[in-house]
Ligand binder design. Structure first.
Ligand code: HAM
Length: 422
């Protein structure tokens, strides 16, 4: 038997209904905030990610699916979407006009991490990016949007963590100080951080090793060193979160695992997912578009991990999006022929209807209907054909009524007015 690649999951029903539900809700929220969808290739030139995410991040150092294509060019399966959105923005000249450009995109990402619960090698993100706005209101807007998705999905028990990572005015001096401090305690850092601390000292904050964490407890955080502009920016973002009653925790040690962030960085965590506790993360990346050869435009975005979000959703809520199924149980050839016609007509009007072709007993067909979660079963045999009326069983209420076959669509419309055929 050929098995799926380690860390890559098949997504099966009923889980797919949950995914459909969360994507539908997210889309609706994005649209109400003025975001438009873009769809991008899964494969990009390796350089796009090494130059944006940062050469000394875990993602670029150890987690990318990189290979040479047939022409010997280095290609990478995207580990995240922000770099691709920026690439597409620059390449397609989407910078025309002064308005903030707002995009969302959903799809698979690839990281060669050690698989465990909530962590996969192919996983999916719901991603959004707002390009061309510097105002702190935009930061607040994106965080409000993110929390609105969770609110509509009725996901609770989340904690929003917020930090500011400074800007080119204040960060370099802090990084120098940090490098010097780490150099003094170098032997206490883990081997990875020893190697990376000079080039990229912020990465140490992201390290899980106990010795690194102990050393970190003694060093100042970037929050202590922000310039006036960064402080004002952060204060306004937090003021807006307060105004809209979005609870948050300032976490001065939150640095995020990607190098492109400036100023606002945030993460949404939960205690319901075990070790992989981050459901979403994002932040500002004011220098990235210019660094990748585009105009000097500020931007901010976030991504939600779909696998993690899906595990927090109730199946019942997801099932509400599904249209109820009418199953036609048939007895005999003539009934099956008529049922086939009936089911086609109902489907044509937008109802969900089905029947079985295998000539099973009525009992077996009822079991089938139950397993499929049918809302109604219409029982059709020779006698019903002759009468033009058949019993319609309401599976949820356990009631049964005789209905006329000619008026079945109207009867279904009356039973489920809000789900009339589309
Ligand atoms: P990230 O924090 O690397 O940010 O990923 C965002 C979310 O994707 C995480 O919070 C987590 O829920 C999910 N995720 C990440 N890795 C895995 C994995 N191996 N398995 C399952 N889920 C995972 C970014 O990717 C940034 N591009 C977000 C962003 C957009 N920043 C600005 N714009």
């Amino acid at each position: 038997m050929i098995k799926a690649v380690r860390g890559m999951k098949d997504l099966l029903p009923p889980e797919t209904a949950r995914w459909h539900y969360l994507e539908t809700v997210a889309r609706a929220v994005f649209v109400s905030y003025g975001f438009q969808e873009i769809r991008l290739p899964l494969l990009e030139r390796t350089e796009l990610f090494s130059r944006s995410i940062g050469a000394s991040t875990d993602i670029v150092e150890k987690e990318m699916y990189t290979f040479l294509d047939r022409r010997g060019e280095s290609m990478t399966l995207r580990p995240e979407a922000t770099a691709s959105v920026v690439r597409a923005f620059i390449e397609n000249r989407l910078d025309q006009g002064a308005e903030v450009k707002k995009y969302f995109t959903m799809g698979p990402m690839f990281r060669y991490e050690r698989p465990q619960k909530g962590r996969y090698r192919q996983f999916h993100q719901i991603n959004c990016e707002a390009i061309g706005g510097e105002a702190p209101e935009l930061d607040a807007e994106l965080i409000l949007l993110l929390m609105e998705i969770f609110r509509r999905l009725k996901v609770t028990g989340l904690e929003l963590e917020v930090n500011s990572l400074g800007c080119p005015q204040c960060r370099p001096a802090y990084l120098m100080e940090l490098t010097a401090l780490f150099a003094r305690g170098l032997r206490d850092l883990c081997p990875d951080c020893q190697r990376r601390s000079a080039a990229n000292p912020l990465r140490v904050f992201d390290c899980k090793s106990k010795t690194c964490q102990e050393l970190l407890a003694q060093v100042p955080t970037i929050s202590d060193k922000l310039c006036d502009n960064c402080q004002r920016h952060e204060a306004r973002v937090l003021e807006l979160l307060d105004r809209f009653q979005v609870p948050y925790r300032r976490n001065p040690r939150l640095v995020r695992g990607l190098d492109y962030y400036t100023r606002t960085a945030f993460e949404v965590v939960t205690t319901q997912l075990g070790a992989q506790d981050a459901v979403a993360g994002g932040g500002r990346y004011n220098g990235l578009i210019k660094d990748l050869g585009g105009p000097d435009l500020p931007a901010i975005g976030f991504a939600i991990g779909q696998e993690r979000l899906a595990t927090l959703l109730s199946q019942q809520d997801a099932d509400l999006l599904q249209q109820p199924l009418l199953f036609v149980a048939v007895l005999g050839e003539a009934a099956r022929d008529r049922a086939f016609e009936l089911v086609q007509a109902l489907r044509h009007q937008g109802y969900v209807a089905d029947l079985d072709f295998t000539n099973r007993s009525l009992k077996a067909q009822m079991t089938m209907a139950n397993r499929r979660g049918a809302a109604w079963v219409l029982i059709l045999g020779d006698q019903e054909l002759a009468d033009g009326r058949a019993p319609l069983k309401d599976m949820r209420r356990g009631e049964q009524h005789l209905v006329s076959l000619d008026t079945l669509p109207q009867i279904l419309a009356d039973l489920q007015p809000e789900l009339k055929g589309v």
